[in-house]
Design a protein. Structure first.
Length: 277
C-alpha cells in the first residue's frame, strides 16, 4: 500500500493460538452402570458452523456408513475492531539488535485490534455438550493469556489475552425421527491482539569523531581554520570481554558487537602543527 511489502502473519498466529487451546478436549461415554466405555477426542476445524450443519443435513445417517461426526468444534473470526484504549504513542519505535549484531531493527508501535472469534460446539446430546463446556469455562476468568513472538525480526514477546464474553445455546432438531439432532453451543471470545507495520534496519554507529577549532578572530568563526583538536568516542572492550574506558586497552572498535558489554572509550588528539591523524 505504501511502497513496502510486509506480512508478519499475526492474524494467522492468532488463529493457530486460538485453535490450539481447544484441540485436546475429550468426551467420555458411560454405560448404564457408570463405567467409562469410550473416549472420543473432539475434532476442531476453522470454518463457519453453517458449513458443518450443511454437511450434517446432507448425511442421512441411517443409510450412509459414514456420517459427519458429532461432537465437533468449529471456530471463525466474526469481526475485528480498533481498540483505541490500548493504543500507544504512534510515533514511538521499538528497537532491538539484529541477529548479525551489527545493525538494529526498529518498528513503530503496533496497532491494537480486538479480534472477535466465535467457537461453535456441535453435539448430538446434552451429555456430550456439558462435558465439553466444563472443560472450557474454568480456564477463562474471564481471560486466558498467551505470550507470543509475533514479529521474528524484533524478537519481542507480547501478552495476548483471550477473553470469554459469553455463551449461547441452540437446538436445531426439528422434523421426523430420521433427522439428526445438533445441539449448538456458541462461545464468544475476544482476542486482544496487535497488527504490526514494516520493520526497518539501520547500521550501528560504533565511532564518532568531532573536530574542534578555535578561530583566530574572536567571534568570527571561519571554515578555513585548521582544527586544534579531535575528540573520538568508541566502544571500549578488553580482550577478555570486560568493558573499559581506555582506548589503548580496547580491541578494535569494529569488532565490538552491538550487544557486547562495553564502556565508552574517550580519546582526544591535539593538533599543534595542523597535522591530521
Amino acid at each position: 500500500m505504501f511502497g513496502k511489502y510486509h506480512n508478519h502473519a499475526a492474524i494467522r498466529k492468532y488463529i493457530i493460538m486460538f485453535g490450539s487451546m481447544f484441540n485436546d478436549i475429550d468426551v467420555v461415554r458411560f454405560n448404564t452402570s457408570g463405567a467409562a466405555v469410550q473416549s472420543i477426542r473432539v475434532p476442531i476445524a476453522y470454518g463457519p458452523k453453517e458449513k458443518f450443519l450443511a454437511r450434517l443435513n446432507q448425511d442421512p445417517s441411517l443409510n450412509k456408513p459414514i456420517a459427519t461426526q458429532l461432537p465437533r468444534l468449529a471456530f471463525e473470526i466474526t469481526d475485528m475492531t480498533y481498540a483505541g484504549q490500548r493504543g500507544l504513542n504512534k510515533l514511538q519505535r521499538n528497537s532491538t539488535t539484529s541477529t548479525n549484531n551489527n545493525s538494529s531493527v526498529s518498528q513503530f508501535t503496533p496497532v491494537p485490534y480486538d479480534i472477535n472469534i466465535t467457537l461453535y460446539g456441535m453435539f448430538a446430546n446434552n451429555e456430550d455438550a456439558v462435558q465439553v463446556v466444563e472443560q472450557i469455562l474454568p480456564y477463562f476468568r474471564p481471560e486466558y493469556t498467551h505470550s507470543l513472538k509475533l514479529v521474528p525480526e524484533t524478537g519481542h514477546y507480547y501478552d495476548i489475552p483471550t477473553v470469554l464474553q459469553g455463551m449461547s445455546i441452540e437446538d436445531t432438531y426439528e422434523g421426523d425421527f430420521q433427522t439428526r439432532r445438533a445441539i449448538i453451543y456458541s462461545f464468544n471470545f475476544t482476542v486482544k491482539g496487535y497488527i504490526f507495520g514494516p520493520t526497518s534496519n539501520k547500521g550501528t554507529i560504533k565511532r564518532t569523531s568531532v573536530d574542534i577549532g578555535i578561530p583566530n578572530v574572536a567571534f568570527a568563526p571561519s571554515s578555513a581554520e585548521t582544527p586544534s583538536s579531535r575528540v573520538k568516542l568508541t566502544p571500549g572492550v578488553k580482550g577478555d570481554g570486560t568493558p573499559t574506558s581506555d582506548p589503548t586497552e580496547s580491541v578494535e572498535y569494529s569488532s565490538v558487537n552491538a550487544d557486547s558489554t562495553y564502556g565508552y572509550a574517550f580519546d582526544k588528539i591535539d593538533f599543534f602543527d595542523g597535522i591530521d591523524d
